[in-house]
Design a protein around this ligand. Structure first.
Ligand code: MTE
Ligand code: MO
Length: 383
């Protein structure tokens, strides 16, 4: 593979893998603003970053179980109503490094910053699907059990040099309320190359792996996508499954993200002065569920206080279309007095009363995904 034409990146990113490029910002960058600046947004790729410069000729071909295949050009997409959706994107591998401390897992290591909150601007996939004839797909039961497959132009070794791809159910893709976007903007500017220029999918509330970048084509298919990242990766297995007894066919591809939070104002190595400390971080859940509460402890989880929460998009470039924060994280903050070295803990509760598991051991899985265990930071008090 050719990595000689990678885009420039901000020097503060911590590089977890160079080729393909995988990097995350320092924790503190995530809590300095509600909307994560593009430079500090984690970058997750599986091959060289494509160069798609000829925007006039760029098109997405839609085919499969539809009346007649159709090419959709950027001019067609720009003509559709534009929506700005504030949505948190999180890699299923976020916090993998911490899970690997229990037992070895396979995958790129990440601290707590394989996540970001951006304002994605683009057309609703539901509106794009209106441009084609999907009556074939709807003849039996409304929208049936069909799927919408997104195929990229990037080439990755997991697909034996083929393109990255993923699918979501047609029911979700064609539901305007699901806010699935074909996005051409991130935080009010055209997407940059790392994040999918010129066009990417954003599937709010779902693990990042389904938000396909550098979109090349869309297929309406009867079964879910058979690609590597759907069938041989990003599935959640129990702790008993290892590389000798794994049967990939027993599990569904992971879609919605579970409830998650992390402390971003402290690192494990921090030495603090005795007195007031500020515990700040993010909390988010999948499937459009909001955050009901964030609890913080300074004694390893024996006693708790509730953190205050902050969720607001005061963003000048959202004007004409109503935006909602349904898909976006909350930032939380609590202050506490500490006099001795301590284990600081945070855990969130979502609006369906889902809670995070206390320990990582009980959710350990061989691919190291969905580490949503209570986030713990050890601080030392020094003078
Ligand atoms: N799309 C393509 N074409 N190629 C990829 O490697 N990675 C996926 C997803 N879409 C990927 C992709 C994964 S695993 C994640 S977590 C997100 O993109 C990361 O998006 P970001 O780099 O914009 O943060
Ligand atoms: Mo990911």
């Amino acid at each position: 593979s050719d990595y000689s034409q990678e885009p420039p990146r901000h020097p503060c990113l911590k590089i977890n893998a160079k080729e393909p490029f995988n990097a995350e910002p320092p924790r503190s960058a995530l809590i300095s603003s509600y909307v994560t600046p593009v430079d500090f947004f984690y970058k997750r790729s599986h091959g060289p970053i494509p160069i798609l410069d000829n925007i006039d000729r760029y098109c997405v071909s839609i085919s499969g179980l539809i009346g007649k295949p159709k090419d959709i050009y950027m001019t067609d997409i720009w003509k559709l109503p534009k929506y700005n959706v504030t949505a948190t994107l999180q890699c299923a591998g976020n916090r993998r490094t911490a899970m690997s401390k229990t037992r070895t897992v396979k995958g790129v290591g990440w601290d707590v910053s394989a996540i970001g909150n951006a304002v994605w601007g683009g057309a609703k996939l539901a509106d794009v699907l209106e441009l084609i004839d999907i009556s074939n797909c709807t003849s039996t039961t409304p929208f049936g059990g069909k799927h919408v497959e997104f195929v990229s132009v990037d080439k990755c070794k997991e697909e034996n040099g083929g393109p990255y791809k993923a699918s979501i159910p047609l029911r979700q893709a064609s539901n305007p309320e699901a806010d699935v976007l074909l996005a051409y903007e991130m935080n009010g500017k055209p997407l940059n190359r790392d994040h999918g220029y010129p066009l990417r999918v954003i599937v709010p509330g779902v693990i990042g792996a389904r938000s396909v970048k550098w979109l090349d084509s869309i297929d309406i298919i009867a079964e879910e996508c058979q690609g590597f990242f759907m069938q041989k990766d990003y599935k959640m297995f129990p702790p008993s499954v290892n590389w000798d007894n794994i049967d990939w066919s027993t599990r569904k591809p992971q879609m919605d993200f579970p409830v998650q939070c992390a402390i971003c104002s402290l690192e494990d190595v921090d030495v603090v002065k005795p007195g007031k400390i500020t515990i700040k971080g993010y909390a988010t859940s999948g499937g459009g569920r909001g955050i009901e509460r964030v609890d913080v402890s300074i004694d390893g989880g024996k006693t708790w206080v509730e953190a205050s929460r902050y969720q607001k998009a005061i963003i000048p470039y959202i004007a004409d279309h109503a935006s909602s924060d349904k898909w976006a994280w909350v930032l939380f903050e609590a202050k506490a007095d500490i006099s001795q070295s301590a284990e600081i803990v945070a855990k969130a509760v979502d609006t369906a009363a889902n809670v995070q598991p206390e320990n990582v051991e009980v959710i350990w899985n061989l691919r190291g995904i969905l580490n949503t265990s209570w986030h713990r930071v050890h601080v030392r008090v020094g003078h």
